[in-house]
Design a binder for this molecule. Structure first.
Ligand code: TYM
Length: 339
């Protein structure tokens, strides 16, 4: 199907099964995905090949198990396999194949400039080359589905812009082949910060090491409550929104993103009141979202046949879209034999 005869615009997005998913992943990605399912034609993949870019973490976490966990969390968050194609990246081989082609097209300097590469490579003693070429694989994920929009948190914007630039460079070199994608970033909750350190983005890897950093989607209620009640605020005790510290802003933002309000509207209800009220109500708001999610997750994990069926069907649907785009790109790039 070419871009022009499609009925709906397409989205593609993914999460790395590199650790335990947290409320940042939920608000930055999953909630957006859930809410756009009727408007778009949707492809959501579990990007297990991306998780391999830090192989040291993979051994510890058990990647294959995490892949299933993340897929189940997609469904438990409201992704509906009848309306969305849910699949595992490594099961659609076109991703790896196109990633190689795009690695050849992406200038080294573009990859070296990526903030995430710089942060992750600074923190590691040995860096696999895949960590550098990671955005070329991500570009392949997106371009294979001719995605119009890529719904993600703010930290992925730079990678999507790179995917766009790589697509444009490929088109310049080899002729019009790829559609240029756009990032889709939610107005609230696009960058949730750590509860223990509001200067640092909430992250899966820190969450594994530091209790109280993240709100894990599968954390038990008492753990969630403790993390919120102990969240860093500031030396004051009452909410003053005009001068709120990053920690207070973060709590209000999480609240507003879950209840689909603006942070200003939430803050107005707590203005001049002690932080304890905000935190206590935030515990309830988070629990109202996570209780049904955990219940659905438990059901899904109890019936592996259903989940495997969804992922098998998803991979088949994904291949049907990705393979012709890959074939076109290979011809354009001169791969294979002339006939
Ligand atoms: P990943 O696995 O780090 O994160 C998954 C999604 O969650 C968002 N996110 C956040 N949003 C708000 N606050 C936070 N603290 C926070 N932390 C993470 C991310 O922005 C992302 O939307 N490279 C990607 C995965 C990927 C991908 C793709 C995404 C691979 N291929 C193709 C879109 C399209 C990543 O590492 O996301």
């Amino acid at each position: 199907m070419s871009g022009s005869d499609r009925r709906k615009l397409r989205v593609l997005s993914g999460v790395q099964p590199s650790g335990s998913l947290h409320i940042g992943n939920y608000l930055g990605a999953l909630v957006q995905w859930r809410d756009l399912q009727d408007t778009y034609e949707n492809f959501f993949c579990v990007v297990d090949m991306h998780a391999l870019t830090v192989p040291e973490n993979v051994r510890a976490a058990g990647l294959r198990e995490k892949t299933l966990e993340v897929a189940a969390l997609y469904l438990a968050s409201g992704i509906d396999p009848a309306r969305s194609t849910v699949f595992v990246q490594s099961e659609v081989s076109a991703h790896a194949e196109l990633a190689w082609v795009l690695t050849c097209v992406a200038p080294l300097g573009w990859l070296q400039r990526m903030t995430q590469f710089k942060t992750k490579s600074d923190a590691a003693s040995t860096v696999g080359s895949g960590l550098l070429t990671y955005p070329a694989l991500m570009a392949a994920d997106i371009l294979l589905y001719e995605a119009d929009q890529v719904p993600v948190g703010a930290d992925q914007k730079q990678h999507i812009e790179l995917a766009r630039d790589v697509a444009a460079r490929f088109n310049d070199l080899f002729g019009p082949t790829f559609k240029l994608p756009n990032p889709m970033i939610p107005p609230t909750g696009a960058r949730v910060m750590g509860l223990d350190d509001p200067a640092a983005k909430m992250s899966k890897s820190t969450g594994e090491k530091a209790p109280g950093h993240a709100i894990g989607l599968l954390d038990p209620p008492n753990v969630v409550k403790k993390a919120i009640m102990r969240a860093v605020t500031d030396t004051g005790s009452e909410l003053n929104w005009a001068e709120a510290s990053p920690g207070v802003k973060n709590l209000v933002t999480i609240f507003a993103a879950i209840t689909a309000e603006t942070p200003d509207a939430v803050a107005a209800r707590y203005e001049g009141r002690g932080y304890g009220y905000l935190k206590k109500d935030l515990v309830d708001v988070v629990e109202a979202a996570l209780t049904p999610l955990r219940a659905r997750y438990t059901e899904l994990r109890a019936d592996p046949t259903y989940l495997h069926g969804v992922l098998d069907a998803g991979a088949e649907r994904a291949r049907a879209v990705a393979d012709p785009v890959l074939a076109r790109a290979k011809v354009a790039a001169g791969l294979g034999r002339a006939r």
